[in-house]
Each structure stands twice: as structure tokens, then as C-alpha cells.
Design a protein around this ligand. Structure first.
Ligand SMILES: *Cc1c(COP(=O)(O)O)cnc(C)c1O
Length: 393
């Protein structure tokens, strides 16, 4: 049913399979296992000869509905759901790479992704080289004979740097490697990396896909031969970092409003970014929808809007940044993003505190930097709340 529909229709309708009760809203299948008609059917299901549900570590109808819906939105052949965004990244690497393989990654990655690469994968013999998110030549120069994966996040967290997905896809192709794009900040509403040549899309469904800050979830999307037969599904089935049916059901319902939320987040974020640029105590605003953004034209070409995340730097370093955070009365002080409620984070002391000062300096995460994930409250209220803090600087 998914063929010719627009994205907003797919977000509501893709992945719907009604049970014999003909329920309208998608059913939540809370069951760890499924019953077979006979010993022969059990054997056929286990071996995969007969398609169907077996055990919720790797097959569950509610999770399948989520996977089919997200695959339709991303224009992907297939999708596998994971327990969180981090387990999506872990499963992708564990499924496709082996000891001795090499990753090239953007220097501007989510903090936990850097920790995973440096502190976990390294112990298993997988090395990572970090390069600038925006310098395609540096990616090309970092290619080695054992390079298997190029990993990028665009826009990056928290500095909203834009990587040229189509150019990196060419670098990957030439190197005989795969390009994985963490599409968390844009969601398929604003950007579809597979259309631009990426091999894999990674999601933290915890963010905009759920959109209301309720549950954790993740996903990996791409061609069937890579995701299903290439080792990722097999890792998930064996190791079990899979999405729970309950979380899948929550996110599935969240996705129904993804398009209108992304549009509304984008409108509010652009307004906040423009306003912040005029504030005397704000030294810099990072937002891909601003003309002052160094990759404004690439962003315009690659994504539909600037998205919902605005990062800015205040005069006076950590002390001033913390004072602003502590002055807010409405905006939530929390590290989550992609929520209908606006959230404010000081990356250097929270999301990026586990990486070294040197790594932070290289990534441009200064002590005066703040990230606001602009929510859907009245724009006047968001501004008024930030203004309280700016006045105290
Ligand atoms: C939050 C986030 C992740 C990790 O997702 P979890 O669901 O928290 O595990 C990965 N990448 C980006 C860009 C994120 O913002």
C-alpha cells in the first residue's frame, strides 16, 4: 500500500496490518513468543523457511509495523529496530565489521558515539580515524586498505555542521566501504540520506520519531542484502539489543505527527536563531537555516529546513552559560532533544563531558556553548525565557 503516497500519508498508514479484530489503531502485541500449529511449523519458522513470528527478540508484529513505517519514510528497502540509537550504532558495527577493520568518522559526533568507538570498539581491534565533518578531501585522505565504514552525523551535534552526503557516498564507494548517516537531527521529513547515496541510515528514535520524550528506540535502514543478509539482523537476533513492542508502539504513534511537528519545530527554531543573532551577549549562532551558517547553501540543497536545533555561544564561558541555564523558568534543563517541549543543554559539561578537553577543543565545543532543541511552545514564551538569562550576562 505504500507505493504512491506522500510522506505525511505514509507516516500514518505504512506498516498497518490489522488483526482478525480489525482494530483501527495499531495493536500492541505484548508477548515474548508465538505459538506454532505443529512441530513441523515450529521447525519451518525457526529455520526461516516459513515467514512469521517466532520470538520477540527478533520478530514482533508491533515492532515490524514500526520498521515498515520508518522504511517507507526513509525510502529504504528494509529497517531493523533497536533498543536505542546507541544500540543501532553498535549493531551496525558488530554486524558488518571485524577486528582489523577501520572506520572513518566525523570529528563532530554525538558524545556516546565517540565513547563507543574509542573505548569499546578499540578493545576489539577496530580503529577509528576522525576527520572534519565538512572537509571531503580529508575523508578521502583518511581512506586505508582496511577502511570498511564511513560514519557521519549531519547536521552534527551540537555545532550543526553539514556534511555533504552525496560527496561522502562517492568517497565510500571508491574505497569499497559503506557510508552510514545518523539522521537523528533531520528525520526523514527533512532529509533522506539513502536518496543521496548513503548505504545505511541510523536513527535514535528516542528523539523526533517519538517526539514526546517518552521512550528509547533506534533503527538501522538500508538495502536488504546489507541489513538482513549482511550481518546486522543476525547480530540483533543473536545478541538481543532489540526494540521492545511497547516502545515500538509508542514511537509508531509518535511518527503519525512527525511531518507537522518537524515543520513547526523548524519555524520556531529559525525564529529563535534569527533572534539570538541579534543579542549582544551571544557571540555566535549555529543554525543551518541562517545565511551566516558556513554551509547554508549545502544545507538548503540537502535538507528541507534548518531543523529544530539551535546552538549558540555566550560571552563569559562556562559561568555565563550556566547562569543562563539556571535563569530559565519554563525551558527544561535536560539533555534530550527532539521533544515537543524545548530543552536546553550545556554540551561541554553534559553530553560531551566524557570526551577529553582536547577532543572537545578539536570539535569546537567551547565552555560558553549552549544547545537549545526548540520545542512547540509559543515563540514569545521561549524568547522571554531565554531573555531572562541573557539579561543577567
Ligand atoms: C541521542 C542520539 C544518539 C543516541 O541515541 P539513544 O537513543 O539515546 O541511544 C545518537 N546520535 C545522535 C545524533 C543523538 O542525538
Amino acid at each position: 500500500m505504500v507505493d504512491n503516497f506522500e510522506l505525511e500519508t505514509l507516516a500514518l498508514r505504512a506498516g498497518t496490518h490489522r488483526s482478525q479484530f480489525n482494530e483501527h489503531s495499531e495493536a500492541l502485541y505484548l508477548t515474548s513468543s508465538f505459538v506454532f500449529d505443529s512441530a513441523a511449523q515450529a521447525a519451518a519458522r525457526f529455520s526461516g523457511i516459513e515467514p512469521g513470528n517466532v520470538y520477540s527478540r527478533f520478530t514482533n508484529p508491533t515492532v515490524t509495523a514500526f520498521e515498515e513505517r520508518l522504511a517507507a519514510l526513509e525510502g529504504a528497502e528494509t529497517c531493523v529496530a533497536t533498543a536505542s540509537g546507541m544500540s543501532a550504532i553498535l549493531s551496525c558495527v558488530m554486524g558488518l565489521l571485524s577486528a582489523g577493520d577501520h572506520i572513518i568518522a566525523s570529528r563532530s559526533l554525538f558524545g556516546a558515539t565517540v565513547s563507543l568507538f574509542n573505548n569499546v570498539l578499540k578493545r576489539f581491534g577496530i580503529e577509528t580515524t576522525y576527520v572534519s565533518a565538512t572537509d571531503v578531501i580529508a575523508w578521502q585522505a583518511a581512506v586505508k586498505t582496511n577502511t570498511k565504514l564511513l560514519f557521519v552525523e549531519t547536521p552534527s551535534n551540537p555545532l550543526t555542521e553539514i556534511s555533504d552526503i552525496a560527496a561522502l557516498a562517492l568517497v565510500a564507494k571508491k574505497a569499497g566501504a559503506w557510508l552510514a548517516v545518523d539522521n537523528c537531527f533531520c528525520s526523514p521529513v527533512l532529509q533522506r540520506p539513502l536518496d543521496l547515496g548513503a548505504d545505511l541510515v541510523i536513527h535514535s528514535a528516542t528523539k523526533y520519531l517519538d517526539g514526546q520524550g517518552r521512550v528509547l528506540g533506534g533503527a538501522i535502514l538500508g538495502k536488504r542484502e546489507l541489513v538482513m543478509e549482511g550481518g546486522i539482523f543476525s547480530f540483533l537476533r543473536t545478541a538481543g539489543p532489540t526494540l521492545s513492542a511497547f516502545n515500538a508502539w509508542i514511537i509508531l504513534k509518535g511518527m503519525e505527527t512527525l511531518k507537522i511537528r518537524m515543520d513547526a519545530h523548524s519555524v520556531n527554531a529559525l525564529e529563535i536563531a534569527n533572534w539570538l543573532e541579534k543579542q549582544p551577549d551571544v557571540t555566535r549562532v549555529y543554525y543551518p537555516g541562517l545565511l551566516s551558517h558556513p554551509q547554508y547553501s549545502l544545507a538548503k540543497q540537502q535538507q528541507k529546513t534548518g531543523g529544530g536545533i539551535v546552538t549558540f555561544e555566550v560571552k563569559g564561558g562556562k559561568e555565563a552559560a550556566w547562569r543562563l541555564v539556571d535563569s530559565t523558568r519554563m525551558i527544561s534543563i535536560t539533555a534530550n532533544l527532539g521533544d515537543t517541549k524545548s530543552t536546553l543543554t550545556h554540551p561541554a559539561s553534559t553530553t560531551h563531558s566524557r570526551i577529553s578537553q582536547e577532543e572537545r577543543d578539536l570539535a569546537g565545543i567551547t565552555d560558553g556553548l549552549l544547545r537549545i532543541a526548540v520545542g512547540l511552545e509559543a515563540i514569545t514564551d521561549i524568547k522571554a525565557d531565554l531573555e531572562k538569562g541573557l539579561k543577567k550576562l
